[in-house]
Design a protein around this ligand. Structure first.
Ligand SMILES: [Zn+2]
Length: 233
């Protein structure tokens, strides 16, 4: 049994748990906030609204043209009915029909413009709806992958937590207390490996005596620079 090795093994388990927990947090955030779908939905809603407005305008333009044609028809009926015989009255009536027809041209132009606007907004709307479907499908696929990853991580975490309990139980109360204290004050890394004469956590060079001491299975040696527990394999 080696005290530094037991502490190092616990550190390895905890570091894995830290990575898993960080990734689980990331996944939860991604699943909760699907910005791409929200944006595509917003654009699709806007495009559908523009199309509905254009269709309403076209309907109104058609009704106005129809009403104008009816009015012209009525005036022409009156003109050719033979009931109006007074030349001045006939002349006035002819002028009125001509004026009504000129205005009909303008109204028909407006109707054509309204039709063109419907075509245009309809095409934009179709593209927006297609994009929304694609983004939704993509998101569902991505979420499926993320959900599967989350399941795997949760299983892995449960295994590690069992292993952690066992590993922690191997330590003396004193070593456990030191380890937990260093974990909270040293950026969650309490144990550092000795790697080519240096402390792998802070990178400082260790003196020969410290390196030799770190190899002892029965004692705890701390890095002179960062104060972490040293482990030499
Ligand atoms: Zn160090």
């Amino acid at each position: 049994m080696s005290r530094p090795k037991d502490l190092y093994d616990l550190q390895q388990i905890d570091s894995q748990l830290d990575r898993i927990n960080a990734r689980l947090k990331e996944i939860a955030a991604i699943l909760a906030d699907d910005q791409a779908v929200r944006q595509a939905q917003g654009e699709a809603d806007k495009a559908a609204q523009h199309l509905a407005e254009a269709q309403k305008q076209l309907q109104q333009a058609r009704q106005i043209v129809q009403a104008q044609r009816t009015k012209i028809q009525q005036e022409e009926d009156k003109l050719y009915s033979g009931r109006v015989v007074n030349p001045k009255e006939l002349n006035d009536l002819q002028n009125e029909v001509a004026a009504l027809k000129r205005h009909l041209d303008t109204l028909e132009e407006r109707q054509i413009e309204a039709m063109l606007l419907v075509d245009e907004t309809s095409a934009v709307n179709e593209r927006a709806q297609q994009k929304l479907e694609a983004v939704k499908a993509e998101s569902a696929q991505r979420n499926q992958t993320l959900i599967a990853e989350r399941e795997a991580l949760l299983t892995q975490r449960a295994d590690l937590e069992t292993r952690r309990q066992k590993q922690s139980a191997r330590l003396t109360a004193e070593d456990r207390e030191l380890y937990e204290r260093l974990r909270t004050t040293r950026g969650r890394i309490a144990v550092a490996r000795v790697q080519e004469r240096t402390c792998a956590a802070c990178g400082s060079t260790l003196i020969s005596a410290t390196r030799q001491q770190a190899r002892s299975p029965s004692s705890i040696t701390l890095c002179d620079t960062c104060g972490r527990i040293l482990y030499s394999d």
